[in-house]
Design a binder for this molecule. Structure first.
Ligand code: IMP
Ligand code: MG
Length: 187
């Protein structure tokens, strides 16, 4: 039996409380899958997941997409092991597939400043995909510093640090089924 949702998660002095339940996430993911199914009729899109954060979202999302599709992953590093971005993005694992002439859908866990998405868009534009769209489970609209368009958004959330459903804090808590937010009560 999985003991979730938890009332709170303690990480040292920091308290995380529930923000999005497993049910809310799953029904929104289903809606996004239906929308993508409609929008990509007649094509064979490539879903490209940004590791590590998007792995759960990616697997749930493509199960809700009723189309022939392909998947691939690549990995960026920006956060190090803390709650603040380093402000620099590095490609640490490359994509295998050729995106030239393909309809690609970038799958992100969360868009904060938008730096990663901007880096990704520039990186893929060089390889001439037929089309490129971005789907992100979470967006922090008030944190955006770069001019990026997120085509499909799961949830807009406040500019606070969150964990769970793929998202980590120092590499842990990715396996939680709900999303939890750092509470104001934390020291
Ligand atoms: P951006 O480049 O500033 O938009 O940050 C995007 C990346 O930072 C995401 O793909 C996440 O990996 C990470 N990130 C941003 N906000 C959070 C958060 O609240 N919790 C965990 N990871 C986050
Ligand atoms: Mg990420």
């Amino acid at each position: 039996m999985i003991a979730e949702p938890r009332e709170k998660i303690l990480v040292g002095n920091e308290i995380f409380t529930p923000l999005l339940s497993e049910d809310r996430i799953q029904s929104r993911v289903e809606e996004l899958g239906k929308q993508l199914t409609k929008d990509y009729q007649g094509t064979i899109p490539v879903f490209i997941g940004v590791l590590n954060g998007s792995f759960l979202f990616m697997s749930d999302l493509i199960k809700c997409v009723d189309l022939d599709c392909e998947i691939d992953f690549f990995k960026l590093s920006s956060y190090g092991d803390e709650k603040l971005s380093s402000g620099k993005v590095r490609l640490v694992k490359e994509l295998n597939c050729d995106v030239n002439g393909r309809d690609i859908i970038i799958v992100e866990d969360i868009v904060d400043s938008g730096l990663s998405v901007k880096y990704i868009e520039e990186m893929f534009a060089e390889n001439n995909p037929k089309s490129m769209k971005v789907v992100s489970l979470l967006v922090k609209p008030k944190s955006l510093k770069f001019n990026v368009k997120i085509d499909y958004i799961g949830f807009d959330i406040p500019s606070k640090f969150v964990i769970g459903y793929g998202l980590d804090y120092a590499q842990k808590y990715r396996n939680l089924r709900s999303v939890y937010v750092l509470s104001e009560e934390s020291e």
